[in-house]
Design a protein around this ligand. Structure first.
Ligand code: P6P
Length: 337
C-alpha cells in the first residue's frame, strides 16, 4: 500500500525496488505509457479546438471508419513507446499488423498491445473515452517479433490498465499485485495516487448492456436481464439500475468505483455474420479482465475465463461478461443450465 498523494513516478520507482534485479525497463515503459496518456488527455480536452473530431477518410482492420483522433492517438502512443528501448514491438486496434520498430532503434523486453482511443465515436458528442493497454514479455533475442509472439493468454500479462479521459483524467494500473488509481493533476502534470488496492463490491444492483440487441441474445443473457428488469417483484427481490455509455473504459471504471456488471455477449446476429463477439480479446477484454480480477471481480465469456483463452489472431473478438463477482457467477451458472 502506498500513501495517497504519491506520484505515479514515485510509485513505479518504489515498485521497481521490490523486484530483485529489476533492470528499470518496466519502470521506463510504464512512464512512457503515462506520457502518452497525458498527451491524449490534453488532445481529447481540446476536441474541436484542434480539429481532431470527426471521421478520417480511412477504415481500420475492423472495417470501422477511423476517427481522426483514432489515428492521432495511435501515432501519439507509438511515438511515446518506440524511442526509449523498452519495447520490442507494438500492436493496436488501429493497425492491421504488428508495428516493428524502425531500423536502429533499441529493442526492449516488452510487447505492448493497445486500443489508443476506445469509444472514440463518443468524442464527437463530448462523452468520456479512454485508452486501454496490455503488456507482456517479448521473446528473447527476437529483433522483429511477429503477431504469433503477441498471441499469449491474458494470464501472461505483466501489466494492464487504462486511462479514462472524463471530467478527470484517471489512470488505472495493475502489475498483478492489486489495482491502483491515479488522477492527473494538470497543475503539475503528474498522475497522483488517489485510490490504492481497489476492490469491487461482490454484489451490485447495476447492469450495463446494449439492450438494442436484446432480440438477438442467447437464452442465459435473456434470462439474466429479464430477472434484473423484473426488479423486487421478481425472483431477484431487488430493483436494478441500467447504464450504457458505449465506452468500455467508462463502464469498467464505474464498476471498479461502485460495483456492477458489464456485458457484451455473443448473440445470434454475430453468429450469423461469423463473428465471435464485439470486443477484442488482446486489447480490450484481456487487459480489462486482469484489472477486474485483480480487484476481486470475475471476467468470463459466459462459458470460460477470459484470461485463460489462447488467442489465435491479433484482432480476435470475444464475448465479455465482467464485474461484481456474484453477478458474473450467476450469468456463468445460467450458461451451464
Ligand atoms: P455499441 C467502443 O466502440 C466499444 O468497443 C466499447 O468501448 C463499448 O463498450 C462498445 O464498443 C460499444 O458498443 O454497440 O454500444 O456501440
Amino acid at each position: 500500500m502506498y500513501q495517497i498523494g504519491t506520484t505515479l513516478t514515485q510509485y513505479i520507482i518504489e515498485e521497481q525496488h521490490t523486484y530483485e534485479g529489476a533492470s528499470g525497463h518496466f519502470t521506463g515503459l510504464l512512464n512512457d505509457i503515462a506520457t502518452a496518456c497525458k498527451k491524449l488527455s490534453g488532445l481529447t480536452r481540446k476536441g474541436a479546438l484542434v480539429g481532431v473530431l470527426g471521421a478520417a477518410s480511412s477504415e481500420n482492420v475492423q472495417g470501422e471508419i477511423q476517427k481522426k483522433m483514432d489515428i492521432i492517438s495511435n501515432d501519439v502512443f507509438i511515438e511515446a513507446l518506440e524511442n526509449n528501448g523498452h519495447v520490442a514491438a507494438l500492436a493496436s486496434e488501429e493497425m492491421e499488423t504488428v508495428y516493428n520498430l524502425k531500423e536502429g532503434k533499441r529493442r526492449g523486453g516488452y510487447l505492448v498491445t493497445f486500443d489508443p482511443l476506445d469509444g472514440s465515436s463518443n468524442m464527437d458528442v463530448n462523452v468520456s473515452v479512454g485508452t486501454i493497454f496490455s503488456v507482456v514479455k517479448a521473446p528473447k533475442g527476437v529483433l522483429n517479433p511477429t503477431a504469433e509472439d503477441f498471441l499469449l493468454p491474458g494470464t501472461k500479462q505483466v501489466a494492464a490498465g487504462y486511462c479514462l479521459y472524463g471530467p478527470s483524467t484517471i489512470m488505472v494500473i495493475t502489475t498483478g499485485r492489486g489495482v491502483s488509481m491515479f488522477t492527473l493533476d494538470n497543475s503539475c502534470g503528474e498522475f497522483i495516487l488517489t485510490r490504492d488496492d481497489v476492490k469491487i463490491p461482490e454484489d451490485t444492483k447495476e447492469f450495463a448492456i446494449n439492450t438494442s440487441n436484446q432480440r438477438h441474445w442467447e437464452a442465459p443473457i435473456q434470462r439474466y436481464i429479464q430477472e434484473c428488469v423484473a426488479g423486487k417483484e421478481g425472483v431477484r427481490g431487488k430493483d436494478f439500475n441500467m447504464r450504457w455509455v458505449a465506452s468500455m473504459v467508462a463502464e469498467v471504471h464505474r464498476i471498479l468505483s461502485r460495483g456492477g456488471i458489464f456485458m457484451y455477449p455473443l448473440d445470434e446476429k454475430m453468429r450469423k455474420s461469423g463473428k465471435e463477439g464485439k470486443l477484442r480479446l488482446l486489447y480490450e477484454a484481456n487487459p480489462m479482465s486482469m484489472v477486474i480480477e485483480q480487484a476481486g471481480g470475475l471476467a468470463s465469456t459466459g462459458r470460460e475465463r477470459i484470461l485463460e483463452m489462447q488467442p489465435y489472431a491479433l484482432h480476435q473478438r470475444v464475448p465479455v461478461v465482467l464485474g461484481s463477482k456474484n453477478e458474473v457467477q450467476r450469468v456463468i451458472d445460467y450458461h451451464l443450465l
